[in-house]
Design a protein around this ligand. Structure first.
Ligand code: SAM
Length: 271
């Protein structure tokens, strides 16, 4: 069956008009209208036929169509109650598509995706961080996460210690994966265009490099960055100043200067 391409400005306008829809700002709806970008995302995810892929927020099915064309089994979670009727029509005939209606932050992903899977998504920007942290939970068999995010978030995900934008998100993403910015995407590739430049980040998920109590490790990281301008001695005082002073890490330093390894060492010593 030959499907008309959704990733095109006039096709997208036609679908929105036909279903009397407007992009809902509060739901982060900026629909892709650039077939080249869809192709680049699919290529970056290195998807092959038969594998499980999770998409977050399929919208009117633009990226979904590119994913389905690979022959992968695509599960898409969409919150907007108006969109299932649209997707039923735009993606009609794709046997490898499963739509789940609901909130990605509330769904039990371990149950929904029990086998190894990849994620490909043009994320709703108002909840990017929460979604990324949910996907990086330790119990999920996810192997690769390819997401469109704001360029500024992409830079935080991949930031190195010592830079102003290095924070809890950088540590969480880099603890669980090897992230890289694949390419940037200009506002004109979307309808309506967002106010920011976007970027696609590829995260190759791997086993964490250090053997730590992860819950406690992240508690230390979050606490240290909650008051990032303070020295570790002040921001982490609640864990015990004595332990801090003998931890082997200079407590006059700030959280933003600590490498992943140093956070791991600190969390072991503070426990
Ligand atoms: N994938 C489509 C595309 O590339 O054109 C749409 C991407 S749009 C940036 C984000 C999508 O996420 C919208 O369809 C929006 O309704 C959906 N969304 C917003 N919040 C969500 C949530 N909590 N759970 C699932 N989907 C959500």
């Amino acid at each position: 069956m030959l499907h008309p391409l959704i990733a095109d400005p006039s096709a997208t306008r036609h679908i929105l008009k036909k279903f009397k829809l407007r992009a809902v700002k509060g739901l982060g709806q900026n629909f892709l209208i650039d077939a080249g970008i869809v192709r680049q995302i699919v290529e970056a995810a290195e998807i092959f036929a038969g594998e499980d892929v999770l998409e977050i927020g399929p919208g009117i099915g633009t990226l979904t169509q590119g994913l389905l064309e690979t022959g992968a089994k695509v599960t898409a979670v969409e919150l907007d109650k108006k969109l299932p009727a649209v997707l039923k029509e735009t993606l009609a005939g794709y046997e490898n598509f499963r739509l789940v209606e609901g909130d990605i932050l509330k769904i039990n992903l371990a149950e929904l995706m029990p086998r190894r899977f990849k994620v490909a998504a043009n994320l709703p920007y108002y909840i990017t961080t929460q979604i990324l942290l949910t996907l990086l939970e330790k119990n999920l068999p996810v192997t690769k996460i390819v997401t469109m995010v704001q360029k500024e978030v992409a830079e935080r995900m991949t930031a190195a210690p010592g830079s102003k934008i290095y924070g809890a998100l950088s540590v969480a993403v880099q603890f669980r994966s090897e992230p890289r910015i694949a390419f940037e995407v200009p506002p004109e590739s979307f309808l309506p265009p967002p106010e920011v430049t976007s970027a696609v980040v590829v995260c190759d998920v791997r086993k964490p490099p250090f053997d730590v109590d992860e819950e406690f490790f992240f508690k230390v990281v979050r606490t240290a960055f909650a008051q990032r301008r303070k020295t570790l001695l002040n921001s982490l005082a609640s864990f015990g100043k004595e332990k801090l002073l003998v931890s082997g890490i200079d407590c006059k330093r700030r959280a933003e200067t600590l490498s992943l390894e140093e956070f791991a060492e600190l969390s072991i010593n503070l426990k």
